[in-house]
Write a protein that binds this ligand. Structure first.
Ligand SMILES: [Zn+2]
Length: 293
């Protein structure tokens, strides 16, 4: 185990195999992935765990946010929006922009075939994994089947704009996955639980020794639409507007202040609905829509 950069560790196996990168703490206060990642670092350092084949890169992405117990550093921005080519090309301004470059430099040198970025959610909701290529992409599916989640979301048209770390990887021919391990305040979302998920992924890829478990009972969804906010004072209908909620055609989502209703034209799963009024902005998405595959 070798420290090859600022909070970036590399461990090599004795045999050839895949180069795999696990990232945690891209949002500095997402404790369960951070506890899991640091436990994996400690286990590799002490010799309690060893890489069997290939190489493993571990990155504590926004360690500065973690030190402050915050999502990002003071005055900072969302690190997971700093991986767009335009942001990477300009003179970095804040810690997060500098850090995005450090991470990209380390990834370019390491050349992983798989990058999994572990998160947890601020809002209550079930765990899910998302990635840019279609959910039918076999290389991504081979990794997501090792995750306990029952929901995989694909974004083939890059609706989210190629800004995140997983998108950086998947738009460069690698497997890039963002894994939301569940709500950060869910008592079952612990460092131990996330560590077990990391280890299962690594076993599946042959990096750690042992048999991996396959979790093949999943809902495969693909982003294929959005509803933009077209008025003022939008209010959601009671009981509507949970992330991953399945709604039938004709479901009334809510209404603007002038009474104009917003209804679904076709069956859809709601993705990242903007439930808090301060997040609703005219001309910006009110909600993304996905369909089953
Ligand atoms: Zn996050």
């Amino acid at each position: 185990m070798e420290l090859i950069g600022d909070r970036i560790w590399r461990a090599n196996g004795a045999r050839p195999g895949k180069n795999v990168c696990i990232v945690f703490g891209t949002h500095g206060n997402e404790r369960s992935p951070i506890d899991a990642g640091l436990a994996l670092v400690a286990a590799l350092e002490s010799g309690a765990r060893a890489v069997d084949a290939g190489s493993l890169l571990l990155i504590h992405a926004n360690w500065k946010g973690t030190e402050d117990g915050e999502r990002w550093s003071e005055g900072g921005v969302d690190l997971n929006r700093c991986f767009h080519v335009d942001v990477l090309a300009r003179e970095p301004a804040l810690f997060e922009e500098t850090r995005a470059r450090e991470i990209v430099t380390a990834l370019e040198a390491f050349d992983p075939s798989v990058v999994v970025d572990f998160h947890c959610t601020v809002e209550p909701g079930e765990k899910f994994a998302m990635h840019h290529p279609s959910v039918l992409d076999p290389a991504h599916r081979e990794v997501t089947r090792r995750l306990t989640t029952g929901v995989i979301l694909g974004d083939p048209s890059l609706a989210f704009g190629a800004v995140s770390l997983d998108e950086w990887a998947s738009t460069r021919g690698k497997v890039g996955i963002c894994y939301e391990t569940g709500w950060m305040s869910d008592p079952s979302n612990t460092g131990e639980a996330v560590l077990a998920e990391m280890e299962n992924v690594l076993r599946g890829l042959g990096v750690l020794e042992g048999d991996a478990i396959a979790y093949d009972d999943k809902r495969f969804l693909e982003l294929d639409g959005r509803i933009e906010c077209a008025g003022d004072g939008f209010a959601w209908e009671d009981g509507v507007g949970q992330n991953l909620q399945e709604c039938a055609a004709g479901t009334r989502l809510g209404a603007y202040a002038d009474g104009t209703a917003v209804e679904l034209e076709a069956d859809a799963t709601l993705i990242f609905p903007k439930k808090r009024p301060e997040m609703v902005e005219r001309g910006k998405p009110l909600v993304y829509l996905a369909s089953r595959r």
